[in-house]
Design a protein around this ligand. Structure first.
Ligand code: CTP
Ligand code: CA
Length: 228
């Protein structure tokens, strides 16, 4: 549900949003995944459309209907998400990486289903996935097109939330980092969220517990201000 009466302050803006959580295949029937529902990314897409933006939503394993008015690209793994985001970023004004991207993937995907045997199972060997958000920040720093003018990320932290968030914002070279505290019935799979948006340059915007659409609107306020 989109609250009526939004400004059309994103009219003509091309925005890319990633949502959901990636899955890293172990074999044809199994994967390593995470608990991201995609609700926050979808709320970002709905509110951006309502504010007049042209939206590409890169959705990883989300069991939600396509938001009206957005172009939706469905992906599964981190490598697929990276390719889809880099493709969509061409000519885009801003990117918001709301997806939970797996940090690691199995180094090899078994072509056939791994069978239970009398022996103990083999360990699953993992390799690092590329950091898409950091890569976008790096491209912009180096002036390597395509890159978006405004780059935003999300981070779920459990300890030293603000200090970890500031370090992450700097490390990834983004403009905004929405830091969620996980737990207390917040974040994963719930309609509500509470967060602090850390802005490059030191500003900090607190978002009280409320619907994910309210958080989304605050993110767009900050993005619109940086695009103006
Ligand atoms: N992200 C990304 N590519 C990755 C991992 C994360 O683009 N391989 C993005 C996420 O979409 C999110 C932001 O980076 O917007 C922060 O993700 P997070 O997992 O909190 O950061 P990490 O650098 O992976 O740090 P941590 O060790 O805390 O997981
Ligand atoms: Ca991570």
């Amino acid at each position: 549900r989109v609250i009526a009466g939004r400004p059309a302050d994103l009219a003509g803006r091309r925005l890319v949003i990633s949502a959901g959580g990636t899955r890293e295949a172990i074999d044809p029937v199994r994967f390593i995944g995470n608990r991201s529902s995609g609700l926050q990314g979808y709320a970002l897409a709905r509110t951006a459309v309502a504010r007049g933006a042209e939206v590409t939503l890169v959705a990883a394993n989300v069991g939600l209907p396509d938001p009206a008015g957005a172009r939706v690209v469905r992906v599964e793994s981190a490598l697929e998400l990276r390719a889809a985001v880099l493709d969509a970023v061409e000519g885009a004004d801003a990117v918001v990486m709301a997806a939970a991207v797996a940090d690691f993937r199995p180094s090899a995907r078994s072509g056939s289903k791994i069978k239970k045997t009398a022996d103990e199972p083999d360990a699953i060997h993992l390799v690092k996935n590329p950091d898409i958000l950091a890569e976008l920040g790096e491209r912009r720093r180096e002036g390597l097109k395509p890159y978006p003018r405004v780059i935003a990320g999300f981070a779920a932290e459990t300890d030293d939330v603000l200090a970890n968030g500031r370090a992450k914002l700097a490390r990834k070279g983004c403009d905004l980092l929405v830091v969620n505290q996980v737990g207390d019935g917040l974040a994963f799979g719930t309609p509500d969220n509470a967060a602090v948006v850390l802005v490059a340059g030191g500003e900090q915007v607190e978002i009280p517990r409320g619907p994910k659409e309210a958080l989304a609107d605050t993110v767009w306020d900050l993005v619109a201000a940086r695009l103006a």
